[in-house]
Design a protein. Structure first.
Length: 471
């Protein structure tokens, strides 16, 4: 049986179990005799070497006289998640207090769920608060390997042999979870299904003395960390594919989620124009921790794809840059003799698209051709903004805050927030190592008092616009 937790006064001086460089099994018996429960012990039970986590609670490895105290180490396990299952493997917890909630945690959660304040996108492999994995790379109802390595100030997580987290703790980090030393715990997070863990082993790992020094946390890194700790789901939904490996590397480095869009619609160089092309594209993205979007061009794009194919994408985005010449899927031209008439026509076109096309995000939302850009704020009157905002709200379409073009204005965003419109970030960040394009998005969070609940998230299957709106 699990041992009931108690607090040991003073400092545990006993050495950790000696297991040299060999792997040490952590699930040695079905009684879980070497684990201590710190609440919710009934959520954990083992049979034939497999631990089932079904409910909230925590169990910590090590007894009072045989504590486990790890700094650099490797951990491996096999995991099976039922739909709705949610658990975590925590490490570097104080072996003194089995009720402790500190340390760092690797989340186990394959199922789609909308982020809520205090719980951002945290799919399997996420290093909670520090490096979220926004989309699971494995499916429910199957066993997969999970590997965690901690060496000095570097943490790597592999799910099904795919590197999903590569975190290097910054030098002199003053807030948020930090790497220290300590024992292992398993947490249940009260999901809708059980999580099974077997073949869970650990072994110490020598620190790499030749490793590169820890990076310094610059101003942008500090801002991103503060927002993650506040529960903001930070994703750039407007990223062109380029090289997928570069996108994944950028996401692991920055801790920002990536939404990769493929151009879809009227045939042009590089565009996806039919179901087969979409299927080929989606196959290249299978099992990757990124959201996948359609960036639609042309006014007949929805006729070129079946509803079933559209629903296989995580979201659909349309771009204001091509609105005026949308039948041809071209950029708006600069030949505009009557700016006011142009604006009236533009607003009507936006309203029509939002009402009749199954889109999720309206991108580059207040873009105007170069000939009008100098008068942007004058031409986008309060009444015109109101009409677009009301159409967005009626149809539950998110408004993109575009960091590269610095659109829309704070006034536009504040008006949209009052109407309950959600917001998505678009900055093309993978091609912007300094993240300078993201600065505008973050400033709008502060200036417009946005909260985590104001940010948009992809809809689950069955609730996507193409599935619930009349065509």
């Amino acid at each position: 049986m699990l041992k009931t937790a108690f607090i040991l006064l003073g400092v545990i001086a006993s050495p950790m179990p000696a297991f040299a460089d060999d792997w040490m099994p952590l699930l040695k018996d079905d009684a879980l005799s070497e684990w201590r429960a710190s609440g919710g012990g009934e959520s954990f039970h083992a049979k034939a070497g497999t631990l089932t986590v079904d409910g909230p609670g925590q169990i910590m490895y090590g007894s009072a006289d045989k504590p486990l105290d790890l700094t650099s180490f490797k951990l491996r396990a096999e995991v099976f998640v039922k739909p709705g299952g949610r658990a975590g493997i925590a490490f570097h917890l104080s072996p003194v207090d089995p009720r402790g909630s500190g340390g760092l945690e690797i989340r186990i959660d394959n199922s789609y769920s909308l982020p809520v304040p205090g719980r951002t996108f945290l799919k399997t492999g996420s290093l909670v608060w520090l490096r979220p994995v926004i989309k699971s790379v494995v499916a429910d109802d199957r066993w997969f390997p999970l590997h965690l390595s901690v060496q000095g100030k570097r943490v790597q997580v592999r799910v099904a042999d795919q590197l999903v987290v590569d975190y290097h703790e910054p030098d002199k980090l003053e807030s948020g979870p930090r790497l220290r030393h300590g024992t292992i715990a398993i947490r249940g997070h009260g999901g809708d299904g059980p999580v099974l863990i077997r073949k869970m082993d650990v072994r110490p790992w020598a620190e790499d003395k030749s490793a590169a020094p820890a990076p310094k946390l610059d101003e942008m890194g500090q801002r991103l960390l503060r927002l993650r700790l506040q529960g903001f789901p930070l994703v750039d939904f407007d990223m062109s594919l380029g090289r997928l490996d570069d996108v994944l590397s950028w996401s692991r480095q920055t801790g920002l989620g990536a939404g990769v869009v493929g151009p879809c619609g009227r045939a042009r160089a590089g565009a996806i124009s039919n179901d087969k092309g979409a299927d080929d594209f989606l196959k290249t993205m299978e099992g990757k921790p990124v959201f996948i979007g359609m960036q639609v061009v042309g006014s007949d794009w929805s006729q070129q794809f079946s509803p079933e194919t559209i629903a296989r994408f995580d979201y659909v985005m349309t771009d204001a840059v091509t609105l005026r010449d949308r039948p041809q899927g071209k950029r708006q031209s600069d030949g505009i003799p009557d700016p006011q008439a142009f604006m009236d026509e533009l607003v009507k076109a936006i309203e029509h698209i939002l009402e009749h096309e199954p889109i999720d995000i309206y991108a580059n939302p207040s873009y105007l051709p170069e000939a009008l850009s100098k008068d942007h704020d004058k031409l986008w009157t309060t009444e015109r903004m109101r009409r677009v905002v009301e159409a967005l709200a009626r149809n539950e379409v998110a408004l993109e805050i575009n960091g590269k073009l610095r659109l829309p204005s704070a006034a536009f965003i504040k008006l949209a927030k009052k109407k309950g419109v959600k917001f998505a970030f678009g900055a093309g960040s993978a091609s912007d190592p300094s993240l300078k394009n993201l600065d505008y998005c973050l400033r709008m969070i502060e200036e417009c008092a946005l909260t985590p609940d104001d940010l948009w998230a992809p809809k689950p299957d069955g609730k996507k616009p193409v599935q619930v709106r009349k065509r």
